[in-house]
Structure formats: structure tokens, C-alpha cells
Design a binder for this molecule. Structure first.
Ligand SMILES: Cc1ncc(COP(=O)(O)O)c(C=O)c1O
Length: 453
């Protein structure tokens, strides 16, 4: 069946019969949006209706939809050499060039890269590399990973175990042992600061206490997103990450920055931790590296970790591998995508447009259901609450988030609401008019569901 020949109704029926979706449940699939086209920050569905892509795909379509130059590069590379192995002993030109480019762009301490096909694979690679490193250093007991609640690190088994949203766990447990969670530095809801302590200091203290409790000799790494994305765009206080870095160094715990969302300009910097002048030991990336045009991710590791990989005997080598590591076509598209981000000044644009988005959303404090508005660069969120004074959430049975989502769709905005937090991360190329329209739609949709100023 071709798209042209199929009606939206037929497509829906075939979807329901044959396709299993991420987070699958049929109750969400009664009237799916079936996307057929994208241009800039706008997507069109099978009924011909246009929507602003409020989450830039899934936080990844940074350069916007419909970029012919990316399609041309993919075609060229596929026609020349679509695929080859990158296993030890082989390499290809786009992978080498992209690795070199990333070493220029990333934190000064990170100069080497291993490519994956996406975020979860990157985090799996990061966890295994942390364990590898400590074994190579003669500390084989250092295996545990500390992460935060509200973290999203992907849903393969170890990544799911690091993910700090418990609704991802129950139907797939038991989780991988050795994953420990601490509270997130969530300014709106954090309640563990002692008198005289800032939220950033207190949240970092929880990391130190967790390391001490587990035993520093058993902890391999701490993983954190610079800005927590799927957990609800949680921007940490400025004093959090500098202190986290000190604690990780003090206890010899590797600091893994999960920059799957925050990498490549999303926060208004090339990489998210730069805002706080902090460097990780390992960085996971994916999404924005290709703007989602092809699947690609990876980890970058510190010179010290790379050195350990270079100096183990062959029998103790880094025995980790993916068929699609260093995929030439994906790497060629990534190179072109990075060129676009640079040439069009999209990192600076993310900072500027993000300020406009956040300022616009802050006007929604006029609505009584808006509890918190937050963001950094082109990532922002509006948290809807039942009671602004107590910050009480709506009862899940009221399905407020789901109803706001439907109201936004009616008005031409497509994004995710998790569960009462409206998340926004439009393509970095979204125009000022589109940003203002997003703000207007979010406000109207909240008011339609929870009337009142
Ligand atoms: C911060 C972060 N890490 C990891 C992932 C997992 O990436 P993937 O879905 O490509 O496995 C995501 C996906 O949203 C993410 O936001």
C-alpha cells in the first residue's frame, strides 16, 4: 500500500494491526498522528494538517525538517560505500573525519570517540567503559553506577536501570544490580536542603553521601544529564555541577555526562556542561549529532581512559562492539549536519530563541494552574499543578496532561506532556513567529482544561 493510495483511516487500521510502538499501549493508538512530511519546524500529517513540531522530533531535529543537503550527502555516501565494518583493523573516511571533528568541538579533555546507533547504546557503552577503566587500573570492584531520579538514559536493560523514572521499571524487572538513585537537583520540588545550604549544594551532598554509603571502592561512575530532559526539563542550580565534579574527582568516580539531548547546541552551548565550566570523564551523545536524519550516537572518553584502552594487553582489550559503529553513511550525514549548525549559527540561535521562548512561557504564570516555568536554551517546560501554593499535582485520574496534549493538537502544536509537564524543544531553526505561536497555544490549551487566572 502506498501512502498516496492509502487513506488515514486505512493507515490507522494497518498501524494497529502490525506496528508495536515505543511505550506501546493500544489506548494511545486509537487516533495516531501519522506523519508524512516535514519542513523546518512544521510537520504535516496524513490528513494534510500542519503542526508545529514542539519537541523537534524527540529533542533531536535541531536543523529542522526537509534538509535536502543531508539527503544528498546520504545518497552520495550510499552510492559510494553505504556500509563497511569498523571493527578493530578497519576504518572509513567519514567516521575518521567525524571523530576528528568531534574532538575539536567537545570538551578539551575528550578527544576520542566510539560510535553507536543511539542514546541507550551510548550509555551502555559508557557504563561498560567505566567498568573497563577501573579493571584496567586494578580496581575491579568499582562497578556501581549512581544516577538521579527523573533521569532518562534510555531503556535497554542497564540504561533502564540507570533511568530514574520508576514507571519504566515494573514490567521489565529485575533491574540490573548495582544501579543506585539519588534525588535530582529539581529546584521546584527539592526538599532536602539543610538550613544555610543551597539546593545545588544539598543535591551534590546527596551524591557524596551515596558514594560513602555504597563505598567509594565499589562505585565506578555517576551519570547525569546536564539538563534533565524527559524527566521534565529540570535545570540544575548553577552551583550543582561544579560541586559534583569535585566530589567525583575526590572519590575517584567517573563522571558521565549524558548529553544525548543537550549536545550540539540545544542549550545554547555546543555541550551542556560548558555553562558551568565543568568537564566530564565520559560523554554520551546521540540525537542532535545527525538531527535525527539517520541513527547515530557515541561516547567520547577522556585522554586518561583512552590511555588505559591503549595500554592493556590484547587479551584484556575493550571487548565491546556494534555492527553499526562508525557507519559511514550516518557519519557523513553527521558531518554535514554539524557544518549546518556551525554555518547557520544555530548554537547562538538556540540561546537567543530559547530566551524568547522562556520569556513568553513565563507570561503564563498569569494562569492559576501554572506552577513552574523553566528552561535553558531551546529546552523549556511548563509544569501544571492542581494547587500553586502547595505545588500539589493533579490526580492521575483527571488526565490533565493528556487533555492539555489534545487541546494543543487541536490548535496545531505537537509535543509531549510528561505527565503534567509540558515539554518543549523545537528545532533550533524555529522562527520567532513559531515560538510566539507555541507560547500562545500552550497558554490557551492549559486554560481550556483548567480555566482560571
Ligand atoms: C538524555 C537521554 N539519554 C538517552 C536517551 C536514549 O536514547 P535512545 O532513545 O536513542 O536510545 C535519551 C532519549 O530520549 C535521552 O533523552
Amino acid at each position: 500500500m502506498t501512502i498516496a493510495a492509502a487513506s488515514a483511516v486505512d493507515l490507522t487500521r494497518e498501524d494497529q494491526a502490525h506496528l508495536i510502538h515505543p511505550l506501546h499501549h493500544p489506548s494511545d493508538q486509537a487516533e495516531p498522528q501519522i506523519w508524512v512530511k516535514g519542513e523546518g519546524a512544521v510537520m504535516t500529517d496524513a490528513n494534510g494538517r500542519e503542526f508545529i513540531d514542539g519537541l523537534g522530533g524527540l529533542w533531536n531535529v535541531s536543523v529542522g525538517h526537509g534538509r535536502k543537503e543531508l539527503a544528498r550527502v546520504a545518497e552520495e555516501q550510499m552510492s559510494t560505500l553505504a556500509y563497511c565494518s569498523s571493527y578493530a583493523g578497519s576504518a572509513n573516511v567519514p567516521a575518521i573525519q567525524l571523530a576528528q571533528r568531534l574532538s575539536q568541538l567537545a570538551y578539551p579533555s575528550l578527544n576520542t570517540v566510539y560510535f553507536t546507533s543511539g542514546g541507550a547504546e551510548s550509555n551502555e557503552s559508557a557504563f561498560k567503559t567505566a567498568r573497563f577503566y577501573w579493571k584496567a587500573k586494578g580496581k575491579p570492584e568499582k562497578v556501581k553506577v549512581i544516577s538521579r531520579y527523573y533521569a532518562y538514559h534510555g531503556v535497554t536493560l542497564a540504561a533502564m536501570s540507570a533511568t530514574g523514572m520508576p514507571n519504566y521499571w515494573p514490567m521489565f524487572e529485575p533491574r540490573v544490580p548495582g544501579f543506585v538513585h539519588i534525588d535530582s537537583p529539581y529546584p521546584y520540588r527539592f526538599d532536602k536542603a539543610a538550613p544555610g545550604e543551597t539546593i545545588g549544594q544539598a543535591a551534590a551532598r546527596l551524591l557524596e553521601e551515596a558514594i560513602q554509603q555504597e563505598g567509594p571502592d565499589t562505585v565506578a561512575a555517576f551519570i547525569a544529564e546536564p539538563v534533565q530532559g524527559a524527566g521534565g526539563v529540570i535545570v540544575p542550580p548553577d552551583d550543582y555541577f561544579p560541586r559534583v565534579r569535585e566530589i567525583c574527582s575526590k572519590y575517584e568516580v567517573l563522571f558521565i555526562a549524558d548529553e544525548v539531548i543537550t549536545g550540539f547546541g540545544r542549550t545554547g552551548e555546543w555541550f551542556g556542561l560548558s555553562r558551568w565550566n565543568v568537564q566530564p570523564d565520559i560523554m554520551s551523545f546521540a540525537k542532535g549529532v545527525t538531527s535525527g536524519y539517520l541513527p547515530l550516537g557515541g561516547i567520547m572518553v577522556s585522554d586518561e581512559i583512552h590511555d588505559a584502552m591503549q595500554h592493556v594487553p590484547p587479551t584484556r582489550r575493550w571487548m565491546h562492539a556494534y555492527t553499526y559503529s562508525g557507519h559511514p553513511t550516518c557519519c557523513a550525514v553527521a558531518l554535514k549536519n554539524l557544518e549546518i549548525i556551525e554555518k547557520e549559527g544555530l548554537v547562538a540561535r538556540a540561546a537567543e530563541a530559547g530566551r524568547r521562548l522562556l520569556a513568553g512561557l513565563k507570561t503564563l504564570y498569569a494562569l492559576k494552574a501554572v506552577g513552574d516555568v523553566r528552561g535553558l536554551g531551546m529546552m523549556a517546560a511548563v509544569e501544571v499543578v492542581a494547587d500553586r501554593d502547595t505545588k500539589r499535582r493533579f490526580d492521575a485520574s483527571e488526565r490533565v496532561g493528556g487533555r492539555v496534549y489534545k487541546e494543543m493538537l487541536k490548535r496545531g502544536l505537537f509535543t509531549r506532556v510528561l505527565p503534567d509537564v509540558i515539554c518543549l524543544a523545537p528545532p533550533l531553526v524555529a522562527t520567532d513567529e513559531q515560538i510566539d505561536r507555541i507560547v500562545q497555544i500552550v497558554g490557551e490549551s492549559i486554560e481550556a482544561v483548567v480555566p482560571g487566572k
